[in-house]
Design a protein around this ligand. Structure first.
Ligand SMILES: *Cc1c(COP(=O)(O)O)cnc(C)c1O
Length: 238
C-alpha cells in the first residue's frame, strides 16, 4: 500500500489536473483530509506531507485528536451531523463547520463562539438528492436559512455543502453537483461574499471539481479504506 504522503501527493496532482481540464485555476480547489477513524499518528504523517486542513465527523473523537495534535497548526473542520447540545464544543474548537442545516444550530454556534476567536466559518448542508435518511436542509429551504444565518455576529456564512446520493455513473454524479453549483449562484445574488462549495469525496471528486467545488473532502483516497469495526476511540484506555 502507498504511504499517506504518496497518496496526498497523488490526490493533489489529480485535483490540479482536473481543475486545469475544466478551465479552473490550480489553486481554486482546497483539499480537506477527512480523518474520521484515523489515529493521531496518521494525521501527523499527513501533516508532515503538507496537509493542514482536516475534517472530522464525530465530536468526541475529534476533540481527542485536537488535544493530541495541539502542537500542530491544523485547520479543523467539523463535517458530521450536529446535535444541538454539542454546539458549544464545536464552536470552541473548530475553524469551519460544513454541516449546519437549521437556524437553531447556527444561532447556538454564534452565541457560543468564544470571544477571542475569529468568526466560525459556516457552510449550509443541503440534502440535494432529497434522501429521507440524510441530514441537510432541502434545496427550497436554503434561501431562508441563509438569510437568517447571515445576520449572526460570530459566524461567517461561506457557502454550501452536500453529500449527493452515491452513483458510479459520471452523468448521474454530475446532476446533483450541478444543482449545488446553481443553488450557490442564486444565493450569491443576495450574499456576494459566499465563496465556498464543499462537495466531492473519493468517488466523485472529479465530477465535483468540474461542477465548481472549492473544497473536496477526501478520506479513503488519502488514508485507505476505513475499518469502523476495529476502531478504538482515541484516548480510550484499552
Ligand atoms: C467520510 C466523509 C467524507 C470522505 O469520504 P471518502 O469517500 O472516504 O473520501 C467526506 N465527507 C463527509 C461528510 C464524510 O462523512
Amino acid at each position: 500500500m502507498n504511504s499517506i504522503a504518496d497518496n496526498i501527493c497523488a490526490v493533489r496532482k489529480r485535483i490540479a489536473e482536473v481543475a486545469a481540464d475544466c478551465g479552473r485555476g490550480e489553486d481554486s480547489v482546497q483539499l480537506l483530509a477527512v480523518s474520521k477513524t484515523r489515529s493521531p499518528d496518521e494525521l501527523r504523517d499527513a501533516y508532515a506531507a503538507g496537509q493542514c486542513a482536516f475534517g472530522e465527523n464525530y465530536l468526541q473523537e475529534a476533540l481527542d485528536k485536537i488535544e493530541a495534535l495541539a502542537d500542530l497548526d491544523i485547520e479543523w473542520h467539523f463535517i458530521g451531523p450536529i446535535q444541538s447540545n454539542k454546539t458549544r464544543a464545536i464552536a470552541g474548537h473548530f475553524d469551519w463547520v460544513h454541516s449546519v442545516d437549521r437556524a437553531k444550530v447556527a444561532r447556538r454556534l454564534s452565541e457560543q463562539r468564544p470571544g477571542g476567536l475569529a468568526p466560525l466559518n459556516i457552510c449550509l448542508q443541503v440534502n440535494i438528492s432529497a434522501e429521507p435518511s440524510k441530514s441537510g436542509c432541502l434545496p427550497d429551504e436554503v434561501e431562508a436559512l441563509a438569510r437568517e444565518v447571515a445576520t449572526l455576529p460570530n459566524i461567517r456564512l461561506r457557502g454550501l455543502m452536500a453529500i449527493p446520493a452515491a452513483s458510479e455513473d459520471p452523468e448521474e454524479q454530475r446532476r446533483p453537483l450541478a444543482a449545488m453549483r446553481e443553488l450557490l449562484r442564486q444565493l450569491q445574488q443576495e450574499h456576494p461574499g459566499l465563496d465556498t462549495l464543499s462537495m466531492g469525496m473519493s468517488a466523485d471528486m472529479e465530477a465535483a471539481i468540474c461542477e465548481g467545488a472549492t473544497q473536496v473532502r477526501i478520506g479513503t483516497a488519502l488514508f485507505g479504506p476505513r475499518d469502523y469495526g476495529a476502531k478504538t476511540p482515541v484516548g480510550t484506555a484499552t
